[in-house]
Design a protein around this ligand. Structure first.
Ligand code: 4NP
Length: 143
């Protein structure tokens, strides 16, 4: 799960998928920037998750790395800026083909964005949670 800072959107996506996925799946998140490396998720993400019964405060932000193309089968981007930043790092066409916009799982072909909630209030984080849960549920139904 990849966003810009790995403190708002992708930690929620990481927590939601980890809670719902089979135990033997490797689920992780990262940011296209290293601006918040080592930090906990934003307090608003932690609170939103807690309100839905998820504990994400053990997560730490890390930058996306080229090794992630080897480690993971699917790389979900939250928005088209994340998508283009990740695909530009892809070392091969096969690696590039692992990258998907997450909301396309729920709304195929619409290229809907998960909005960056960083500069807004708590309600933006709740909306992001709802969007991500919908997309992740659709994704899991198709596995
Ligand atoms: P995220 O949100 O990409 O969902 O983690 C952001 C977090 C931090 C910043 C921007 C977006 N920032 O500019 O520091």
């Amino acid at each position: 799960m990849v966003c810009l800072g790995n403190i708002c959107r992708s930690p929620l996506a990481h927590g939601i998928l980890e809670a719902k996925a089979p135990d033997n799946w490797l689920v992780d998140s990262a940011g296209t920037s290293g601006w918040h490396e080592g930090e906990r998720p934003d307090t608003r993400s932690i609170l939103t998750a807690k309100g839905r019964g998820l504990n994400i405060d053990g997560q730490r932000s890390r930058p996306f790395s080229i090794e992630d193309f080897e480690e993971f089968d699917i790389i979900f981007a939250m928005d088209s800026s994340n998508f283009s930043n990740i695909t530009q790092m892809a070392p091969s066409e096969e690696a590039k083909s692992k990258v998907r916009l997450i909301m396309n799982e729920a709304y195929p072909g619409q290229n809907m964005q998960v909005p960056d909630p960083y500069t807004g209030g708590q309600s933006g984080f709740e909306d992001v949670y709802d969007m991500l849960e919908l997309a992740i549920d659709k994704f899991l139904e198709q596995q």
